[in-house]
Design a protein around this ligand. Structure first.
Ligand SMILES: Cc1cc2nc3c(=O)[nH]c(=O)nc-3n(C[C@H](O)[C@H](O)[C@H](O)COP(=O)(O)OP(=O)(O)OC[C@H]3O[C@@H](n4cnc5c(N)ncnc54)[C@H](O)[C@@H]3O)c2cc1C
Length: 404
């Protein structure tokens, strides 16, 4: 099947909406919420109301995260270009406005992408419209997601959750939290399942919020679960523990969330590139695409290099989403997009600070903020090193025991 990366025309209105939200709602308040970490951006309520209206009218809105595309059988060669592609593009546009605020958009949580990846049709019906954060990381581990210690014990028609989760993005604002916990520790990683837990629920306590380098508009919470009872139907996907299949079930989550984070990096990098272009032009440096980069001023040659890295990140991210929409396994490409875009986001935004000099380093522009904001996109949902490890394992055909 040939890959068609032309953006479907049906997304045009949606892209425009997300871009307008990014430019007209986010940008004017970017600095305000960077300086006022932990304050709730009330302006997002208006946006949430707008999305509710769009959802009711049958349009996705910029808040639709990680859809699975439609599930109809299609003739061979059909290009679905559905829900994942749409979420990715929305995420890029909103992050072009402000990635911290983007992470605070109601219904756009990383947990929403997790639900879209793993939920059954009934669960999609039940949880498709909640605002979900994602809670994997614990005090005892970060990268090694198989080391989950939180437990979910079955008791009749309920599960009882116990454990502590740290660094939960949108953890104090989202209506729900997708929590990874083990249903039977003696069965190892295969017993790790994800559960949808309402945030305002007996046994759920938001302990505190982190103070951070970047994405300060986004809340990052420590959450404790103590004898928290939820209906058994809140376990996402199949409750069966298949020791042979191992970790596959919950890990599918990352096939959706990694391209989503890559898209955020693509969005913030584009913001920096545009600002840098205008700074260079103000300094009298024109970017000439008809001449070899090596024949142009060093700053221009560097700009062209950054832009080509950005283009590669953009295309790899679209490819990962396109594959998901066309039901082609995309774990390798999801990690590749995250590795490339995460690295490029950091590179572009930091180089932009450097090349823009005083304008880049001071608070006169948002360049220094974007350099701080982009760093997390190369850390959460799997660090740069972890993505490279996963890619190497897949390319070389090695298991996690063979290549650590
Ligand atoms: C602002 C913010 C928001 C976050 N949001 C969320 C969220 O919403 N939900 C959630 O569950 N978590 C979240 N996290 C946690 C994040 O996913 C982890 O920080 C990340 O997975 C890395 O884990 P760690 O910090 O414990 O680092 P470690 O796992 O301790 O790693 C430390 C270093 O070692 C490297 N490393 C580790 N293992 C290997 C290996 N095998 N080979 C080579 N290098 C290796 C890592 O790349 C890293 O550089 C968030 C973190 C931050 C800072």
């Amino acid at each position: 099947m040939a890959i068609n990366l032309e953006l479907p025309r049906k997304f045009a209105a949606n892209i425009d909406q997300a871009r307008q939200a990014g430019l007209q709602v986010f940008r004017p308040i970017s600095r305000k919420y960077d300086l006022a970490e932990h304050d709730y951006p009330v302006e997002l309520d208006t946006l949430a109301a707008l999305y509710d209206g769009l959802a009711a009218a049958g349009q996705a809105g910029a808040g639709a995260a990680g859809g699975r595309g439609d599930t109809q059988e299609r003739p061979e060669g059909y290009n679905a270009n559905g829900g994942n592609m749409q979420s990715i593009i929305n995420s890029m546009e909103a992050s072009y406005g402000d990635v911290g605020l983007m992470l605070s958009i109601p219904y756009q949580g990383l947990g929403n992408a997790a639900i879209a990846a793993v939920a059954t049709d009934e669960q999609l019906e039940a949880f498709g419209k909640v605002w979900a954060a994602m809670a994997i990381t614990e005090p005892s581990f970060g990268s090694d997601s198989a080391a989950v210690t939180a437990t979910a014990d079955r008791d009749g028609d309920e599960y009882v959750l116990n454990g502590e989760k740290i660094f939960v993005t949108a953890g104090s604002r989202a209506s729900h939290i997708v929590v990874w916990a083990s249903v039977d520790k003696s069965l190892g990683r295969a017993a790790i399942k994800s559960f949808v837990v309402p945030r305002e629920h007996p046994g759920v306590t938001v302990e505190r919020l982190e103070e951070k380098l970047g994405i300060r508009a986004s809340d990052t919470a420590v959450i404790r679960f103590e004898n928290c009872r939820i209906p058994a139907s809140h376990l996402l996907g199949s409750p069966e523990v298949d020791v042979k299949k191992g970790f596959g079930g919950v890990m599918q989550t990352f096939d959706n969330t990694r391209p989503m984070v890559a898209a955020m990096a693509v969005g913030v990098a584009r913001a920096s590139l545009e600002e840098l272009r205008s700074v260079l032009e103000d300094a009298g440096l024109e970017i000439d695409y008809d001449r070899p980069a090596a024949d142009q001023p060093a700053a221009v040659a560097e700009f062209i290099r950054l832009e080509s890295d950005w283009e590669a990140s953009y295309l790899m991210t679209l490819r990962a989403a396109w594959m998901a929409d066309n039901k082609i396994p995309n774990s390798l490409e999801a990690s590749m997009s995250k590795a490339k875009a995460g690295r490029t986001g950091t590179d572009v935004t930091n180089k932009a600070v450097e090349l823009a000099g005083t304008v880049g380093y001071s608070e006169r522009s948002l360049l220094e903020k974007w350099a701080r904001d982009s760093k997390i996109l190369d850390i959460f949902e799997g660090t740069q090193q972890i993505q490279q490890l996963i890619i190497a394992r897949r390319v070389l055909g090695k298991s996690s025991a063979e290549l650590k």
